[in-house]
Design a protein around this ligand. Structure first.
Ligand code: CTP
Ligand code: MG
Length: 172
């Protein structure tokens, strides 16, 4: 994988990273599940809020719009496709994040407990939604594995820093 390809892949997922990071700073308030439970366990939990969801979707989409004005990622046939993919990925990020929490709650895990789904589910759903709009290059096995591995490390590192800065209760 050459540097230019690796950088293109990073730009490809940058709006998803922005969407994933913003709720930590801007979230809070009413939970998306409105406090409701399913089979004695919360549907999503207090960590998934309506404000956080919309902050992620809108913030990621705005970041994607700015990025599209500044630079074209080579996997998209046009700027319009790129922006649409970034908007869909921002939504996919927040939907995947909520799906991860839904699965954690079904497994009986408390809010905030670290789990591999925290790092990877948002990326999986974001990539899935962008798939129809992108060329297949980022979805080849080697870039995919590299992307998930890099995201895992970056997510753990940034959460550790966010915790040290007092933005996040737990370091994961
Ligand atoms: N957050 C939010 N709304 C969202 C997602 C996240 O308000 N839709 C905020 C919450 O304050 C949450 C913090 O970002 O506590 C960290 O998010 P995350 O790690 O995804 O949630 P957890 O609290 O760890 O809960 P879970 O176990 O469900 O992942
Ligand atoms: Mg968490």
């Amino acid at each position: 994988m050459d540097i230019q390809f690796a950088l293109s892949i990073l730009l490809f997922v940058l709006p998803a990273y922005v969407a994933n990071a913003l709720p930590v700073l801007l979230g809070g308030g009413t939970p998306m599940d409105l406090g409701k439970s399913l089979g004695g366990k919360r549907i999503l939990g207090d960590g998934k809020t309506i404000r956080g969801f919309f902050a992620g979707v809108l913030g990621g989409t705005v970041a994607g719009g700015i990025l599209t004005l500044l630079i074209r990622v080579p996997f998209f046939p046009s700027a319009q496709f790129q922006f649409l993919a970034f908007a869909l990925m921002s939504f996919g990020t927040m939907a995947g994040d909520a799906l991860g929490s839904f699965l954690k709650r079904r497994l009986g895990m408390q809010d905030g407990k670290p789990f591999i789904l925290d790092q990877l589910m948002f990326l999986a759903v974001a990539l899935l939604l962008a798939y129809p709009l992108s060329s297949p290059e980022p979805y080849a096995p080697i870039p995919l594995v590299a992307l998930f591995a890099a995201t895992y490390v970056l997510h753990l590192g940034s959460n550790f820093v966010a915790n040290r800065l007092g933005w996040k209760k737990v370091p994961w």
